[in-house]
Ligand binder design. Sequence first.
Ligand code: UT7
Length: 338
Amino acid sequence: MGAAIRAISGAPHAAVLGVGSYRPSLIVSNADLVDAIDSSDEWIQQRSGIKQRRFATPEETVQLMSVAASREALQRSGITAEQIDCVIVATVSHLLQTPAIATAIAYELGTQQAAAFDISAACAGFCHGIALAADMVRGGSAHHVLVIGVERLSDITDLNDRGTAFIFADGAGAAVVGPSETPAIGPVVWGSDGEQFDLIRQREDWRNVVGTSDEPGSGVMPHLTMQGNSVFRWASFAMAKIATQALDRAGVSLDELDVFVPHQANMRIIDAMARSMKLPAHVRIARDIAEQGNTSAASIPLALDRMMVEGDAKPGDTALLVAFGAGLAYAAQVITVP
Ligand code: UT7
């Protein structure tokens, strides 16, 4: 028989202690994009609710945006970088296969060699990260976890593709998860539907970029491709059910809910989910997509941050997060607003 291995446990409960964001500097209007895709400002606004989005400049790298959002989240949490034991970065647009960008971010922030890794769950990545972080804090593998959702989707979006050019955008959001005396992050409801693997995907794998010529950068970037309408129908109905399950598992009723922060994929999906869930009128709904576009893993922390800054989400409020995207992967949980 092997040696008895000591069992450990962590804090009784976990909470989001603070949130931060970084919105890149380049504001891109619908008018800036429509000529290349034979579209119009009116069509884009009517079909998606997007009025404008932000694109990162070359200087606004995944690392720069992540560090800026994280510093804000740390400062608002009253936690120092040295107190962070683990950095989880949710992204699909850090364009090195290895190493994870999380290690560079952990180093630049000044953590004490925190564990650091990236996760790939597309638009659902931030909610996956919050679920992992809460379990780490309760399980004893970390005291404080920094969860970052960051994207530079403009790098992997084909601006000549009618189905995606006007949707995707760039940005970063971050949250510090740490110990709590009371439950402040509810049980996650998550899953995947790999039968729909092809609905949103990188068109081809990276061999296409490197294989065509000896000239660096001469290959064709494998852009994102999306069967928008199929995703739209799936998200509008199936994700409302997942959101409702997350409320049920947290033991929170619709009357007790203050804030709804769905993935900012399309304003019509947000409205369809709210209708399908029968959200009461008092629940404030995140609508960051109008100004920010769809920033995949960054969309929920960016949207939550805007609501907190503008006073629509107050400390102690109960918020429902639900995220979904490529995979298809999804995750939802209830949190207490820090
Ligand atoms: O973040 C990850 C998860 N992603 C999502 O949740 C995105 C979900 N999907 C969507 O948001 C929507 O499907 C889109 C906004 C992408 C598209 O809206 P839609 O209502 O599903 O449009 P559609 O693809 O069904 O196309 C409707 C019509 C078609 O014309 P006809 O056949 O009705 O004459 C298209 O040819 O709109 C036309 N169309 C466009 N017209 C102007 C398609 N794209 C465009 C365009 N500009 N960019």
